[in-house]
Design a protein around this ligand. Sequence first.
Ligand SMILES: *[C@@H]1O[C@H](CO)[C@@H](O)[C@H](O)[C@H]1NC(C)=O
Ligand SMILES: *[C@@H]1O[C@H](CO)[C@@H](O)[C@H](O)[C@H]1NC(C)=O
Ligand SMILES: *[C@@H]1O[C@H](CO)[C@@H](O)[C@H](O)[C@H]1NC(C)=O
Length: 451
Amino acid sequence: MAMQGLLTISVFLLLVSSCSCSRLQPWTKDYFDALDFRSFGDEEAAGTTDGLDFGSFGDEEAAGTTLINVMHYGAIGNGQTDDSQAFINAWRDLCTVDRGVPALYIPAGKTFLLGQVQFQGPCKASSVHVKFEGSLTAPLGTGWGGKAGLDKWIQFEYISNLIIEGGGKIDGQGSAWWTTCAKGRQYGQGKFQCQRPTALHFHSCNGLQLSGLTHLNSAQNHISLSGSNGVTISNLYIIAPEDSPNTDGIDISTSTNVNIKNTFIGTGDDCIAINGGSSGINITGVSCGPGHGISIGSLGQNGAYETVEEVYVENCSFKGTENGARIKTWKGGRGYARKILFQHINFINVKNPIIINQFYFDKNSLPQLADNNYYQEIKVSDVTYSDLHGTSANDIAINLNCNKDGGGCSNILMDDVRITPAVPGMKLNVICNNAYGNVTYAIPNVPCLSH
Ligand SMILES: *[C@@H]1O[C@H](CO)[C@@H](O)[C@H](O)[C@H]1NC(C)=O
Ligand SMILES: *[C@@H]1O[C@H](CO)[C@@H](O)[C@H](O)[C@H]1NC(C)=O
Ligand SMILES: *[C@@H]1O[C@H](CO)[C@@H](O)[C@H](O)[C@H]1NC(C)=O
């Protein structure tokens, strides 16, 4: 069932408090039970700061913050009038402030309709803030984009130490796109190749911090990150219907030293995907479901050279997802995925709790190479599964499907893995093809994982 409507801020506060105050850890079953999805509604929470005026451009606060309120740039915030130009003008001023910390202020209690906007740096200040309390909404329907190169809605680029925080909301209005612009379909009068837009994209934003926001119903992935170092993403709430296409929560590529913490992601596709050129990625306290789980890759499509290393996924949980801990590579790619740790993970009714697939194939993409040309391989090695437990919805609890052409997957360690069937009485099986490593303790046992 599609979860329609807006999330009340009170639910969001419940979520935040349940991970920090009431000691319900996101990798426990109780955590999910504590989330009250029935309170989805249209009202804003009490205590919004509507009407609060932080002063006009140039006002200095004690801490040296210059607040730049979009309302003073002509934004209307009625959800109907296009406020893009007001935001762009406010950003231009923000980016030229050269003293203290300039902060773009998006006030609570208002909904700002934005078309495709790019917020670009570099800015003069060494750090810029966005105090994000209101809501942003995309135009309804698909008429505003879909052309090649117009595949992103809101973009931040080339900005150092960008800090976006607040209880605001970003609504991608994706439902029209999901049907009109289904994958592979031509779209519009000129028959553009249909491309659904990413809701929020960051490129080359070193030192980025993003926290507190609710992200709803993107047409495509909700957040994507590329070319950035030293990023912290925390306390987000990302939600789209289970059957919405390609609505990944967070996609990371060509980025280093990224922390994703204490975040809830329930969408139609990957919870988090870690793509090529990424290393030093820590994911902690993330709850996923529904969706396709946390995935390394896919890597190596069309023979590409791609690498991912040092990924630590800890204290996370998966509820009702297609996959849990997943690594997927295409045949014929080059590079590696290595030094990967999945630790303290809880699975609740997950179809493929532990899966490595070196034969990844997207049924919507045409294969680019004849099958007998696939001799090279993305090497998968040094993967540890430690303290993973919970229930499997399918009878294959552990599936390590590696390709012998590249030497298989090596140094795989199963250290305290306990998976039981979600359906009582179902017998759980394990598959290993060309997977090498060790087992300290695993239920079901993994005798096929040989040294
Ligand atoms: C990720 O966790 C590892 C192991 O705890 C730590 O060494 C590393 O510094 C962390 N990386 C980031 C980006 O926080
Ligand atoms: C995971 O949770 C355990 C137990 O609460 C805690 O000791 C550990 O520091 C957590 N790991 C991370 C990376 O936060
Ligand atoms: C697996 O066992 C082999 C043989 O005992 C050992 O050489 C290797 O270091 C072990 N690997 C891991 C990841 O424990």
